[in-house]
Design a protein around this ligand. Structure first.
Ligand code: BES
Ligand code: MN
Ligand code: MN
Length: 453
């Protein structure tokens, strides 16, 4: 197997680069055709690799690529999930090379989607090809690669509900998370949920002269800033009533164990160009991103933002706000708590509208299963070190959905690094990580087949 991977190394890279050239930005309707092309690309690669029943399944949005290889119905089945859509590359001027013209620098592939998630999803396609061509596929496999993860996976939810029989499996395997470092493997055992909201504050019925009216009429941008600032207290604790009611507090022992994971504060600060960290009082960085909920403004606009100065008191102000949720919080409940609270703190003189966007539920994945052991042992074999169970800060809403609809647990065997700049300019993915994934995945399959006997 190792020999097959080595012989085909350059082709495995080139194919990924071809896939990365397709700008499959799901958030932007102008790229609808490219998103489909990216789906067709991976569909064809799955056919070439030897999968059966390969299909581009239409949805109300972007198509879902489905494929399977059933070698023996009596053997266990692994359902591999990934996504071929990517985040918008903005701000473009901060990229050192164009986001959809991948280049390899310092043994890393630079492109939007290089890590999240084309690079990681493609490891599974090449691992599958490797197992097929070397006659070493030891369990059944199904693939489901979607094109709407970055916009909330709404149509995937519908697809899963409608295709329960076809998606029958024993475990779900996803590579869309990160490891602690290339010499410190880890497996994410939890993901945060998400509530995403857009707010609009309206003041006067038109933009006004800021000298003629300034000081006498509520300025929606000022008001919005005050309202947002009031959502956290001096300890950076969120002030929305009942926000923390359902949060599961970890025991002192669990927290201590979690904090054993290596964390290099100096590297963290240096990588981000910050002189200090900032977060909720009495929690460590690992806890702040792993087991605590958050509230962040993702974007804010209004008034005049063109060149030069324009003296204007704006009529409207907007913000996009996300809250990351932890077990046992519910996205719908938090969204409505936010809405009620935000409307209640609006001062007289402005109107506030709260519009909920997509959401997603948090998930925890168990470490006492055969599948976890199979993954842990596989990583131990390829990295030479036992992976540390961690809690990831990001969200993959479909994981909770898989559990609810299919009754299946997920293994989050990701190979990215937090410093890969996913969603940021200059996203990249190490060749080391790409090939580590391609090597480790077949060992997971072998272990899982062995241990299920
Ligand atoms: N792959 C990420 C999630 C992720 C990244 C989890 C790193 C753990 C570590 C995924 O593509 C993503 O970006 N998800 C979105 C959620 C979605 C509803 C827009 C997110 O977390 O913002
Ligand atoms: Mn992803
Ligand atoms: Mn993403």
């Amino acid at each position: 197997m190792q020999k097959y991977i080595e012989t085909n190394r350059q082709r495995f890279i080139n194919e990924l680069l071809d896939w990365l050239r397709i700008p499959s930005i799901s958030a932007d309707m102008n790229y609808k055709n490219d998103v489909r092309k990216a789906g067709e690309f991976v569909k064809n690669k799955l056919i070439e690799a030897g999968a059966d029943k390969v299909e581009l399944c239409e949805t109300a949005g972007n198509p879902i690529v489905y494929a399977e290889k059933i070698i023996d119905p009596k053997l266990p089945t692994v359902l591999v999930y990934g996504h071929y859509d990517v985040q918008p590359p903005d701000p473009l001027e901060l990229w050192t090379s164009p986001p959809f013209e991948p280049v390899i620098k310092d043994e890393k592939i630079y492109a939007r989607g290089a890590c999240d998630d084309k690079g990681q999803a493609y490891m599974h396609v090449k691992a599958f090809e490797t197992m097929m061509k070397t006659n070493s596929l030891l369990c059944n496999v199904k693939f489901m690669i979607e094109g709407e993860e970055e916009i909330g996976s709404n149509n995937l939810g519908i697809f899963v509900k409608a295709n329960k029989e076809r998606l029958k499996a024993d475990v779900i395997l996803i590579s869309d998370t990160s490891i602690l470092a290339n010499d410190t493997p880890s497996i994410d055992c939890g993901l945060r949920g998400l509530s995403y909201i857009e707010v609009e504050v309206t003041g006067p019925n038109r933009d006004l002269h800021s000298g003629v009216y300034g000081g006498a009429v509520a300025n929606p941008i000022n008001v919005l800033c005050e309202m947002i600032a009031s959502l956290k207290d001096e300890n950076l604790h969120i002030t929305i009533p009942h926000f923390y009611d359902d949060v599961v507090d970890l025991s002192t022992e669990e927290r201590a164990e979690m904090n054993l994971a290596p964390f290099d504060l100096e590297f963290y600060k240096k990588d981000l160009g910050i002189d200090d960290i900032r977060g909720e009082k009495d929690y460590t960085t690992i806890e702040r991103t792993g087991i605590r909920p958050t509230l962040d403004v993702n974007g804010m606009w209004g008034g005049y933002i063109g060149e030069g100065a324009k003296t204007v008191l704006p009529s409207k102000a907007f913000a996009k706000i996300s809250m990351r949720l932890v077990p046992n919080q519910s996205s719908d409940k938090i969204t409505s708590l936010f809405q009620k609270h935000f409307e209640s703190i609006a001062p007289k003189g402005v109107k506030v509208t709260v519009r909920p966007h997509h959401g997603g539920e948090p998930a925890v994945t168990p470490t006492d299963t055969i599948a976890y052991k199979a993954a842990s042992n596989a990583m131990q074999e390829t990295f030479g070190k036992k992976p540390i169970p961690t809690r990831g800060g990001g969200s993959i809403p479909i994981v909770a959905m898989f559990e609810k609809e299919l009754g299946l647990k997920t293994i989050l065997m990701g190979f990215g690094l937090d410093s890969d700049s996913i969603h940021s300019p200059n996203e990249h993915y190490g060749l080391f990580n790409y090939f580590k994934g391609i090597e480790t995945i077949p060992i997971f399959f072998r272990n899982y087949a062995d241990m299920s006997k």
